[in-house]
Ligand binder design. Sequence first.
Ligand SMILES: Nc1ncnc2c1ncn2[C@@H]1O[C@H](COP(=O)(O)OP(=O)(O)OP(=O)(O)O)[C@@H](O)[C@H]1O
Ligand SMILES: [Mg+2]
Length: 228
Amino acid sequence: MNNFLEVQKLKRQFDSGEGEKITVLKEISFCAKRGETLSIIGRSGAGKSVLLHLLGGLDYPTTGKCLLDGKDIYNRNAEELAALRNRSIGFIFQFNQLLADFSAVENVMIPALIKGETKKDALAKANDLLSQMSLSNRANYKVNKLSGGEQQRIAIARALINDPALILADEPTGSLDYATGQMVLDILLKAVNRTKSTLIFVTHNLELASLMGYSLEISDGKIFKKSI
Ligand SMILES: Nc1ncnc2c1ncn2[C@@H]1O[C@H](COP(=O)(O)OP(=O)(O)OP(=O)(O)O)[C@@H](O)[C@H]1O
Ligand SMILES: [Mg+2]
């Protein structure tokens, strides 16, 4: 089977502000097939979020490529990139990035509406996902009235609504208690099974990391396969 995701010599530097360059990712390469799950671990500041933003087309590398289904993510115009992100990539941010003035169900519906689904279909899907997250009784709450863990589960539902082929989850269980974390992971793994999507799961929790097909560790800007 061909690789669905192919990361080729991805390098990301930032300006330190004092005329120097900081290299966070040093030409890292790895690949993943459809339906594969992998975890990314590494100490705080190692570059996990930087990598995930690059894979999600939210940032551009200094050099290097990232092919999704054989096509370079970065070699697209803004409109094509937005469509790719809307339809094929489900991104769960480390800090959930929900729209505070909208209700829980509205936040979940938005990607489906952008994709062009009817309001009725988007609402039905959003309510179904919120029910899987045990949040039906919070559907009409403004998200800024909800707890951190509830907001994170809404962000996960929003990431899954368009059945993305690539799910990028940046510490999605970091703010959840153990049981809720397990529930969320279970939902993510079910989504992967159902749609044969590829899941990249950033976590500090080695127990959860070990539930993925394999693990990669970022250390000193490089990436290593890790057995947990
Ligand atoms: N826009 C930016 N400009 C300059 N430096 C940045 C920028 N974004 C990230 N960095 C630096 O890149 C490094 C990696 O950051 P990143 O957020 O990827 O860490 P992380 O592995 O996700 O850590 P954590 O586990 O704490 O979330 C950090 O040293 C950070 O300061
Ligand atoms: Mg991070």
